[in-house]
Design a protein around this ligand. Sequence first.
Ligand SMILES: NC(=O)c1ccc[n+]([C@@H]2O[C@H](COP(=O)([O-])OP(=O)(O)OC[C@H]3O[C@@H](n4cnc5c(N)ncnc54)[C@H](OP(=O)(O)O)[C@@H]3O)[C@@H](O)[C@H]2O)c1
Length: 341
Amino acid sequence: MKAMTYRQYGGPDVVTLSEVEKPTPKPNEVLIRILATTVTTGDFRARSLNMPAGFRLIGRLVFGLIAPRQPILGTELAGIVEAVGADVINFNPGDEVIAFTGGAYGSHAEYRTMPETGTIALKPTNLSFEEAASLSFGSMTALPFLRDKARIKAGDRVLVVGASGAVGTAAVQIARHFGADVTGVTSTSNVKLVAALGAHRVIDYTQTDFAMTGETWDIIVDTTGTVAFARCAHSLKTGGRLVAIQGSFAQTLGIGKPSKASGKEVIAGYVPARPDDLRYIARLASNGELKPVIDRVYQLEDAAEAHAYVDTGRKRGSVVLTVATGEFETATGRPAGVLAS
Ligand SMILES: NC(=O)c1ccc[n+]([C@@H]2O[C@H](COP(=O)([O-])OP(=O)(O)OC[C@H]3O[C@@H](n4cnc5c(N)ncnc54)[C@H](OP(=O)(O)O)[C@@H]3O)[C@@H](O)[C@H]2O)c1
């Protein structure tokens, strides 16, 4: 099968088209014919080993000391079940599915196997394959951080810094879903997009520094690595939480965390990928509460170009790779998602 592979760390041009062996499903696995996938910041980090301070060595240990252990990138996909193993009971050939391959990657290819108990769910029928493929990376991060770690509740005031990125667009919509009052922080050209996602208010960071407004929030989600606790402590209510999605090594280890007496918390680190969460996200998308945001669409073969765009750090929502066209209709023609431009 066709796959985009990388055999060494580096810039976008280390990603090249290869012919690799088509996987065969084990008894508990489904074989998915991939129709759409995305290039995410997860792919950028695994490809470049460009990590937040202190994580570079850990990156090599995770992805491969000398060269990448998993040559096929891609953290999320949408496609059609082509075959199922003998023990599979919940999926059938022909099912339209989404899957979050996360840190195991392997979605930038024509096929991927997944255990049926893995992070795989039926594709929301109101979404095209491109839209469905771009649902999970941001949401599988934002949902557990907001719900489980930051313990979001209705009425909370939530600030999302980096509201136009993959994680930010999901965080805005998921915070709204939980009944929060949401403020998004973005630059001028993305203000309309963030408002369209349901943010009650949008702060244009080129005009206003949220930390200088005198306002306070219960939860500040920072997807950009620009909000140190020292910068935002006075912008957090008593009991307030800074969720450092792009947390530093020190934040992840809890070094320099606020004292108990301050009544404030810094939350960083990673969140587990749970199949139930993917099904939850699919339900939100089905009922229109979570709209995928697509910035650009490339062909699988043009993945290096897509990587170069993701590397700019300016993408809005998701950058999609279309894996197959023609035989299957990949776009529903219904504008269920939000196109960033
Ligand atoms: N902890 C975890 O488990 C986890 C999981 C997933 C991702 N991450 C990390 O989270 C970070 C964000 O990921 P992502 O996929 O959402 O990134 P992304 O999609 O590339 O984010 C790009 C967006 O960030 C915005 N941005 C950049 N600088 C900004 C600033 N100073 N203030 C406000 N907005 C700013 C840009 O908007 P403008 O052009 O308007 O500035 C752009 O739309 C990455 O570092 C990623 O590695 C962590």
